[in-house]
Design a protein around this ligand. Structure first.
Ligand code: ADP
Length: 370
């Protein structure tokens, strides 16, 4: 069973107290908490810089500026997500535990024939929790989490993309165990004949495939001779997500040994999700109301449900108009079923029935079971 851990403060927060709490410790004469001074902020920045320098120090041939950019923008700090935060998706959670979390936590048990996979694809309609799952995998397996959207490689980092991909994998190995999460993977591993692949995206794709293959060969076959320490050091997994699995070309698709379908949430999952969202809110929804709501939200994705609940929660405030400014918090009425019914009028499911069928067909043909 998944460890039922409480959310911890992120290491970053633990190491360096916020500038404001620091200035409170040195109360000045007038006892007024100070704004973070330039000096505090500079100090914090210096600490980070030192930390980055230390990591990059023994990586040969790495562009230091690019390395720092990766550590700063692509490595995710804080923002923890655990299994319990994600409603439902038990099949996907189990599959990820077996493929990634257990092997990362117990590398000694996962060698030879039990060698873990180096790539896993999460596919399905948008807003179903793929990104959340990836983040939870990293937290639960105590791994460094690198997160990049593939489309930003071809836009934001254009010109430096290949170099970035190379540096990214090098740093991931250095900071292993690590999860390299690539969202919108279809935009770099798309079929050639689709939107006329240009020279630069072809090069990015090749570099990505080369780096990824290097991971598999580093992990495979050498563990027995070098012992578990070696394997432990090299645990890096590419976790990719896509809403357009059919756009990934065949050769790239085959490289994802595990292809996990992340479907729209079932009744039970929507129930858990809505209850979780309302847990700390004043509301009058009865079991009967929840059942009605579950019926009414068939076809809604996880993020559709989140948007719906956020909108419904605005109901009691919305009807107050300007009165809102003068109404006591305790006098705001609770959220009711009718608020959800009103919001359902204009917050519609983002995936159509036809769209859904396409995912299901693809899952049947190419998905891993589970
Ligand atoms: P995807 O990557 O599949 O497009 P995300 O993981 O980014 O979807 O989910 C978007 C948002 O929807 C999340 O931030 C969360 O608020 C909500 N959400 C989606 N699925 C779930 C779920 N299973 N449990 C809880 N929240 C969810």
């Amino acid at each position: 069973p998944a460890p039922n851990r409480k959310k911890e403060t992120s290491p970053e927060k633990r190491i360096s107290p916020s500038p404001s709490s620091r200035s409170k410790e040195n109360l000045s004469n007038d006892d007024i908490p100070k704004k973070p001074s330039e000096k505090d902020l500079d100090e914090k920045k210096d600490e980070k810089e030192d930390e980055y320098d230390l990591i990059l120090k023994d990586i040969p041939n790495i562009d230091k500026a690019l390395g720092k950019q990766i550590l700063q923008d692509i490595v995710v700090h804080g923002d923890e997500v655990y299994w319990d935060d994600i409603a439902g998706l038990n099949g996907a959670k189990n599959s990820l535990k077996e493929a990634v979390v257990y092997p990362f936590l117990r590398p000694d048990l996962f060698m030879g024939l039990r060698q873990p996979v180096t790539g896993m694809l999460l596919f399905g309609p948008p807003g179903t929790g793929k990104t959340m799952l990836a983040r939870a995998v990293a937290c639960e397996s105590k791994s460094t989490f690198f997160s990049i959207s593939a489309s930003s490689l071809t836009s934001k980092y254009l010109g430096e993309s290949e170099k970035l991909v190379r540096a990214l994998f090098t740093i991931a190995r250095k900071l292993s165990p690590a999860i390299v999460f690539v969202d919108e993977i279809d935009s770099i591993l798309g079929s050639r004949n689709q939107d006329g692949e240009n020279e630069s995206s072809r090069r990015i794709k090749n570099e990505f495939l080369v780096q990824w293959s290097a991971l598999s060969s580093a992990a495979a076959g050498k563990d027995d001779k070098r012992g578990s320490k070696f394997v432990d050091d090299k645990r890096v997994l590419v976790l990719a997500a896509t809403n357009l699995p059919w756009s990934i070309d065949e050769a790239a698709r085959r490289r994802f040994v595990r292809r996990q379908y992340i479907p729209l949430p079932e009744d039970e999952t929507r129930m858990v999700h809505i209850k979780k969202l309302l847990a700390n809110q004043k509301h009058t929804l009865t079991d009967e109301d929840f059942k009605t709501l579950i019926e009414l939200t068939q076809g809604y994705s996880g993020s559709d449900i989140t948007s719906l609940a956020k909108d419904a929660a605005m109901g009691p405030l919305r009807e107050l108009g300007d009165q809102l400014l003068h109404t006591d918090r305790d006098n705001i009425r609770p959220i009711e079923l009718k608020d959800f019914e009103n919001s359902l009028e204009y917050i519609k499911p983002s995936v159509s029935k036809e769209g859904l069928e396409k995912y299901e067909e693809w899952a049947l043909q190419f998905g891993s079971s589970g």
